[in-house]
Design a protein around this ligand. Structure first.
Ligand SMILES: [Zn+2]
Length: 53
């Protein structure tokens, strides 16, 4: 069983804030997503991200 690490700061994940270690890191990630969405043109999401391969 491997330990999950926070994608923000690589600390051990806190169960209450999975997959993050703290609310702060969760908020940081949320803000990041929000920013990325803000940059999108705003039409329907494409099926399959070309960069996912
Ligand atoms: Zn963290």
């Amino acid at each position: 069983m491997s330990t999950t690490k926070c994608p923000q700061c690589s600390k051990e994940t806190e169960h209450a804030f999975r997959p993050f270690c703290s609310k702060r890191c969760a908020d940081l990630d949320l803000g990041k997503w929000f920013n990325e969405e803000y940059h999108l043109p705003g039409d329907s999401p494409a099926l399959g991200d070309p960069e996912e391969q």
